[in-house]
Write a protein that binds this ligand. Structure first.
Ligand code: NAD
Ligand code: DAU
Length: 352
């Protein structure tokens, strides 16, 4: 199945930039249109290596602007959508839930409606709207069990509530209008180009700079970590071979209690900086817990393995070493994304 004009939204963000890079390099016969508003989280420096590729176009636009989305579907004859654009940070959603409802719900609805009206004219055969979602829609687990595709939705944060709502709209467009749509729900990603507000890049940067490491609560929450390039590989597989109407869970089978993961990061970062291993443990600072903090996420990605033969390729030890090394080697990138708005955010978040 050849899909020629692929719209990737949020392609200047963390995961989106890895998906754009993979598709531009792997599918020279496709035109990849990267649509991004370039919020604080979007950075064209994430794509310097492919920005001059003949099959790549960048469009700066807001997914909430429905007339603009309609015009982009017409102008580029879009055949397929991989929708990643979103507000993605839980802590920000607690401070500004309206922004998350606007971008994640209204923005997704605006894209769905644009796809529907464009594809009503051209026919839906070989078209696909692929929505990238999160395991957080399933809520929180106790110490046992995994989220499967059948787990009921039970979001707790404004972020996860907005993602759950967007997932429901995608299913509604599939069931009501016959829009060919797929959803995947992935666990925590880590790797290069992640904005340093999320746990791993924030802590690597703080260890390097000798700043406090703010551990929420007792550090006992558990997350299932997946290397971002493995997520991009899963998106490639699902986009090309997934079944419309289906949902796929993506995870690393790689659970870590926050405090244990933080100690691994400290060890690796100290070693790579030539410090004595564990020296930076003194930076660990227990702070007030995140409101509504989900205890544990763990994904069962068995369906994706059984049906589409995807599994994670990278061991965590190698992934975290690559990641720490990348942030230490890319100080210029970190400086560029932590100037301006970031300082204000950081002061507000961590001054209490
Ligand atoms: P990110 O915050 O790094 O990037 C989001 C991108 O969306 C940015 O480039 C931003 O400029 C763009 N954007 C935001 N609002 C926009 C708008 N109104 N119009 C157009 N573009 C806009 O996010 P990420 O971590 O790369 O996550 C990408 C997607 O994957 C999100 O939908 C997120 O919910 C989902 N997801 C993330 C993770 C994770 O661990 N990071 C895990 C599972 C699912
Ligand atoms: O599970 C998938 C989700 O993973 C994605 O949908 C989200 O977009 C992504 O941001 C991520 O959400 P989390 O809230 O799990 O990620 P974050 O990196 O913000 O936090 C990871 C854990 O670390 C969480 O238990 C909170 C804790 N934490 C985080 C920060 C930023 C701290 O203890 N201190 C911190 O300063």
């Amino acid at each position: 199945m050849i899909k020629k004009n692929i719209l990737i939204t949020g392609g200047a963000g963390f995961i989106g930039s890895h998906v754009v890079r993979l598709f531009v390099n792997r599918y020279p016969e496709y035109n990849i249109i990267n649509l991004d508003k370039l919020t604080y989280a979007g950075n064209l420096a994430n794509l310097r290596d492919i920005e001059n590729s003949p099959n790549y176009t960048f469009v700066k636009a807001d997914i909430c602007d429905f007339p603009e989305m309609q015009s982009i579907f017409g102008k580029y004859s879009i055949d397929g959508v991989i929708h990643l654009a979103a507000e993605s940070h839980v802590d920000r959603s607690i401070r500004d839930p309206f922004l998350f409802a606007r971008t994640n719900v209204i923005g997704t609805l605006s894209l769905l409606q644009a796809a529907k009206s464009a594809w009503e004219k051209t026919g839906v055969c070989d078209r696909l709207f692929y929505h990238i979602s999160t395991d957080e829609v399933y809520g929180s687990l106790g110490s046992e069990g995994f989220f499967t595709e059948e787990t009921s939705y039970d979001p707790h944060s404004p972020y996860s509530a907005s993602k759950a709502s967007s997932d429901h709209f995608v299913r509604a467009f599939h069931d009501t209008y016959g829009l060919p749509a797929i959803i995947s729900n992935c666990s925590n990603n880590y790797g290069p180009y992640q904005f340093p507000e999320k746990l791993i890049p924030l802590f690597i940067n703080n260890i390097r700079n000798g700043r406090p490491l703010p551990v929420y609560g007792k550090g006992e929450n558990v997350r299932d970590w997946l290397y971002v390039i493995d997520h991009a590989r899963a998106i490639d597989v699902i986009f090309h071979r997934g079944t419309p109407g289906e949902t796929y869970n993506i995870g690393g089978f790689n659970e870590w209690k926050n405090i244990d993961l933080i100690k691994v990061m400290i060890r690796v970062t100290d070693r790579l900086l030539g410090r004595s291993e564990g020296e930076s443990e003194k930076l660990i600072t227990y702070v007030t817990d995140r409101a509504g903090h989900d205890l544990r996420y763990a994904i069962d990605s068995g369906k994706l393995k059984r049906e589409l033969a995807w599994e994670p390729s990278l061991q965590f030890e190698e992934g975290i070493e690559n990641t720490v090394r990348w942030y230490l080697d890319n100080q210029e990138w970190l400086d560029s994304v932590t100037s301006g708005e970031y300082q204000e955010y950081y002061e507000k978040m961590y001054s209490a």
